[in-house]
Design a protein around this ligand. Sequence first.
Ligand SMILES: NC(=O)c1ccc[n+]([C@@H]2O[C@H](COP(=O)([O-])OP(=O)(O)OC[C@H]3O[C@@H](n4cnc5c(N)ncnc54)[C@H](O)[C@@H]3O)[C@@H](O)[C@H]2O)c1
Length: 247
Amino acid sequence: MFDFTHKTIVITGAGRGIGAETAREFARAGGFVVINDLVPNDQINALLDEIGQEKCIAVYADVSKEEDVIRMCAEIRTLRNTIDIWVNNAGIVDSASLQDTTLEKWNRTFAINLVGVFLCTKHATPLMINGGAIVNIASIRGAFNCGRPPIADYSASKAGVISFTKTMAKELAPSIRVNCVSPGVAETEMTKGYAQDFIAKVKDEIYLGNLIQPSQIAKAIVFLASDDASGITGANLMVDGGQSLSK
Ligand SMILES: NC(=O)c1ccc[n+]([C@@H]2O[C@H](COP(=O)([O-])OP(=O)(O)OC[C@H]3O[C@@H](n4cnc5c(N)ncnc54)[C@H](O)[C@@H]3O)[C@@H](O)[C@H]2O)c1
């Protein structure tokens, strides 16, 4: 059992899906969780109630905007003084094929999925004065040879997250470990609109047979953030049921 008592954990895009499940998992392990998302909503209020106001707070900010990230870090500093763990989870898929996509779509995907990871890492690390761990959420689509049409922008942004993780693992060592989790297709609101024939094809590719559950990803994130992973930095842990072995 992991123990995050007295630790402050910040999770971006934690209002639902993988981030929300990760917030639950850290809180169960005794941590104090800062739930970041864009704007308040009923789902986030329910999550705050479920975890308990004494074990979490919400801080609203758009990770793609530097002024928002600076304000968020200042708010966290006022509330908690230091940060121990930062999970860069916020991300979007808004893709189209090469001829149907636009520069605006590309820039937005990169601004949230990759620039957001950079901005949060830049402004959070000065608050990680006792050292700590960063876990970035990439995707199997960012792995070598795994980019998939029509999500070229998403795939490239996640490849950037994997590369950034490895560079930061060197730059921030030895006080801060930086690792990456790359999920396969997981059952969240991000993927619920995917066509049934696509989901059937994905299931065929997954050696363990089922779509990944957010809780399975959350457990990998918590492990990489824990002292049990004290010898691990610069890693990219695939949580995909073996899907990336298919391509
Ligand atoms: N679901 C999957 O199949 C899958 C697979 C591989 C990787 N991932 C990655 O895992 C992460 C979480 O995915 P999910 O399925 O839980 O997604 P989701 O869409 O269910 O949740 C993402 C959350 O991020 C928030 N968000 C979006 N833009 C933001 C911004 N600019 N600033 C702050 N918050 C923002 C959203 O409001 C939402 O609450 C993403 O980085 C995603 O790319 C997901």
